[in-house]
Design a protein around this ligand. Structure first.
Ligand code: 5RP
Length: 235
């Protein structure tokens, strides 16, 4: 049957499908963004029906939403280790490499993903790309000396062979966007990122860079909503 799902329907369908991976007693990581919010609401419905899970949120916004839906939220320090994280993405490729951080939560998202046995990424089909980079790469940086740090990020993108390296401070210099950790976000428009691992390594060596939005070797499964339903990768 043809369903013709909108992008938001696709996000919701992917989020609901992710519930198939949830077992009673699991320690979960909850992502940030509109797709992750669909998952939190769907999970909250299950919790109201009696499912017992404990969760760590990747942002204050997700923590507030989860509590509203009756999901027990604790600090990562309390659990230390998570069974599964479910989160959205701004882009993903066929190898399940991701760009994240469009919502500014990339630092907590990466800490939580790295603390999990498995990460499921949920997304609508527009997020699935042949090569990463069309979505500007978010890089969380400390405010001190941010212009110098941004120049170094642009140099790293060029050295890693990116098609371009146009960098902007999110929110602009007058009213810079602040992350939950009080840092800035530099968005690096690379157009194409031919060597994500190389760029990730180069960015990690820049003083002033707290974390970047490349999530490599973290997602184990992707659930993609499309106009006719959902599909899982790897198939
Ligand atoms: C937030 C993220 C989000 O997962 C990403 O921006 C996708 O958002 P959405 O689900 O609203 O499309 O990385 O930092």
């Amino acid at each position: 049957m043809t369903q013709n799902l909108t992008a938001d329907d696709q996000k919701r369908a992917a989020a609901i499908k992710a519930l198939d991976h949830i077992l009673p007693g699991m320690r979960l990581g909850l992502g940030t963004g509109s797709t992750a919010a669909h998952f939190v609401r769907a999970l909250g419905q299950r919790v109201r029906e009696g499912l017992a899970v404990t969760a760590v949120a990747t942002s204050e916004a997700t923590a507030a939403l989860a509590r509203e839906f009756g999901i027990t939220i604790v600090e990562l320090n309390e659990l230390r280790h998570l069974d599964l994280t479910v989160d959205g993405a701004d882009e993903l490729d066929g190898s399940l490499r991701l760009i994240k951080g469009g919502g500014g939560a990339l630092l907590r998202e990466k800490i939580v993903a790295v603390s999990s046995d498995r990460m499921i990424v949920i997304a609508d089909e527009s997020k699935l790309v042949g090569e990463l980079g069309n979505f500007p790469l978010p890089v969380e940086i400390v405010p001190f000396g941010y212009r110098v740090t941004m120049e170094r990020i642009a140099d790293a993108a060029a050295a890693a062979g990116c098609a371009q390296n146009l960098i902007t401070l999110r929110g602009g210099e007058k009213h810079p966007f602040r992350t939950d950790g009080g840092n800035f976000i530099a968005d690096c428009d690379c157009s194409h990122i031919p060597h994500p691992e190389d760029l990730d390594t180069r960015l990690s060596f820049i003083p002033g860079v707290v974390e970047n939005g490349l999530f490599l070797d973290l997602a184990t499964v992707a659930i993609i909503g499309h106009t006719g339903g959902v599909k899982e990768l790897p198939a």
